[in-house]
Write a protein that binds this ligand. Sequence first.
Ligand SMILES: Cc1cc2nc3c(=O)[nH]c(=O)nc-3n(C[C@H](O)[C@H](O)[C@H](O)COP(=O)(O)OP(=O)(O)OC[C@H]3O[C@@H](n4cnc5c(N)ncnc54)[C@H](O)[C@@H]3O)c2cc1C
Length: 416
Amino acid sequence: MTVTSTDHDNTAVDEDGFRTRIREFLDNHASRRAADDELSDIGGPVPGQALAAARAYQAALYEAGLAALTWPQEYGGQGLPSRYQTIFNEEAADFVIPDGIYTIGFGMCIPTVLAHGSEANKQRYVRPAARGEEVWCQLFSEPAAGSDVASLRSTAVRDGDEWILNGQKVWTSGAHYCQYGIVLARTDPDQPKHKGLSMFVMDMRAPGVTIRPLRQMNGSANFNEVFFDSVRVPADQILGEPGEGWRVALTTLMNERVAIGAGRSTEKTSPLTPIALHLELAHRRGLVDDPLVRQDLADLLIRYWVLDMVGLRIRGAVAAGRVPGPEGSVAKLSGALLNRRAADVACRLAGPAATAWSEGDNEAQRPNQMVLVAPAAGIAGGTNEVMRNILGERVLGLPKEPSVDRDIPFRDLPHS
Ligand SMILES: Cc1cc2nc3c(=O)[nH]c(=O)nc-3n(C[C@H](O)[C@H](O)[C@H](O)COP(=O)(O)OP(=O)(O)OC[C@H]3O[C@@H](n4cnc5c(N)ncnc54)[C@H](O)[C@@H]3O)c2cc1C
């Protein structure tokens, strides 16, 4: 879970006792991480059983007073400083935590509600999310607006006490099991593209919302196309003011990069855990003494450790109350490149078994799954090229990309 700033500094909580409580909770409600559990589950399947397990886990976490650690107490959080989230992450690194369905809600949507929602919205949405009762998705991308999300075409038109939404979103992770989503729509086409947007909380079961799953190349269907056909959204479900949607979206996107790039630490696991599968494959094929294989493994491990340290730095900045800047993009880009490298090395180690394996031989199948899943990390939450642009402009001080449509009313832009 991404840490957010808090209104309360509940510093009276004893850190050692807190660590013990977490350990006891995880021993009772999660399973210990096995050697080959490192495979990223971006885009992985979420069958009904896994949903039920996630809900049960989150409900128990809430009951134990360990959910939403940094969120304000008046909305159902624990009001603790960020270092308690770090302690939780350290302990959780040894466990498989079944909370993947909440990543977008906790990491992106609820922090956005907390930062920009009305008091009534915070009272209504934050606690049920912390309890795991309501799951959230993020509805930004459209067929003609991904990297350049501000060019989106979904519209929201005010009608009395409601807004009427029309349009289409795509790649909406988890929309098929979510109760709520945050949706970015164009409310004023007479403004330039960044200025005429607004952000809304959408009830995913509202009349006029149609959700269609998209099949991914690894066989799962975790994201969706979402269509809005005159969906009525109450006016008080806006986050921020009308026309402020881009500013609100930046809160979500910044949290997203940090959540993807530096979300969970592996600090407490064995130093070799990140390459456990690779080691297993090397042993299996009698390659552990091969100097070139050892070089690949060492290279991979060093990259994982460096990424961990970047994550530590980001979490430290958040803990100190700073808003992370381009380091979120550094972590996001490095993680995506590392996923690809890890898949390549795993395939070299597995040999022919990476393309054809015996049924039930999970170890041999894993490199293949890594290959099929790795590209997603270089696209979700901003592509590698977009991260490089951000780093070029904000870290290296290179000239900004030319932008010819920034000041032209959206209505006057040519649309294909
Ligand atoms: C696993 C996964 C989960 C996702 N979940 C969600 C979700 O829950 N909600 C949501 O709203 N979206 C989601 N997305 C969508 C994601 O945010 C977009 O796919 C992403 O922003 C890229 O947009 P696009 O696919 O339209 O590609 P485009 O923007 O069309 O890019 C196509 C290619 O052009 C390159 N490119 C584009 N602009 C530039 C530039 N300025 N400079 C250099 N190169 C450029 C890109 O890097 C890419 O290679 C998800 C995507 C994935 C893969």
